[in-house]
Design a binder for this molecule. Structure first.
Ligand code: FE2
Length: 239
């Protein structure tokens, strides 16, 4: 059949997907991550030096490729009532730039638990949001960057991540891992694949941590988190 109006093929009216370059607020937040993993000391640790390099080099390549922005609906959790305080403390700390940049996108964050059924003790005390990863908002299959927020006096139970290397850098709040030390804002912790860790936070203020996950893409898109047996049993019983 001929085109009665002689207009040829219909124009494609599908809008182009939004890209990172069109979204300065996400771009500036990624820039803060890139700086965080570029500057500062590795404390003499070869493992931390290697991790920092992997994160910043992968991130630089992701930014350069101008990835799609896939904005999920924003979501809060009970713990996000502590976010303003965490950001206020963060803005007075060594990661001031990141805290302020995060505040600019705080109404677009998708806070989640990451469990089909959240363990009762964590329901009001914990949530995380991704800013870069397979689920967006900035799409990447190669790296996950995000934030985790804990209420004061939280215990996040012992667990490990298979094939995933994880680092935390605190923006605000004092916290401890495996009861080994107290970490102040600006400190970086590295958890290598399979290493068990348990987090506790100070009694008076919330704790906001930036995190990075590197690993094989099939793990990043479906990360299995293993709780140690006794911890899992205790969590299931809400203790
Ligand atoms: Fe972890």
């Amino acid at each position: 059949m001929t085109d009665p109006y002689h207009l040829g093929a219909a124009p494609d009216l599908t809008p182009d997907p939004e890209r990172l370059a069109d979204s300065p607020s996400w771009g500036y937040l990624l820039q803060e991550f890139e700086r965080l993993y570029r500057f500062g000391s590795d404390g003499g640790s070869r493992a931390i030096r290697g991790h920092r390099k992997r994160v910043r080099e992968t991130l630089a390549q992701v930014i350069e490729a101008n990835p799609a922005i896939d904005q999920r609906p924003p979501a809060t959790k009970p713990v996000t009532a502590h976010l303003p305080r965490a950001l206020d403390l963060g803005a007075a700390g060594p990661l001031e730039g990141m805290a302020r940049t995060l505040e600019r996108v705080s109404d677009r964050l998708t806070w989640e638990y990451g469990y089909a059924r959240v363990p009762k003790p964590l329901e009001k005390k914990y949530a995380y949001c991704e800013v870069l990863g397979p689920q967006g908002p900035v799409r990447s299959e190669r790296l996950i960057l995000g934030f985790v927020l804990f209420a004061p006096a939280t215990t996040y139970p012992q667990h490990s991540h298979s094939e995933i290397e994880e680092s935390y850098v605190s923006l605000s709040g004092a916290w401890s891992e495996n009861e080994a030390a107290v970490f102040a804002p600006g400190s970086m912790i590295l958890n290598r694949p399979g290493e068990e860790h348990r987090i506790t936070t100070g009694r008076h203020d919330p704790c906001l941590l930036a995190y990075a996950w590197t690993g094989p893409w099939e793990r990043l898109s479906a990360p299995g988190m293993k709780f140690s047996r006794s911890r899992r049993a205790r969590m299931e019983h809400g203790i």
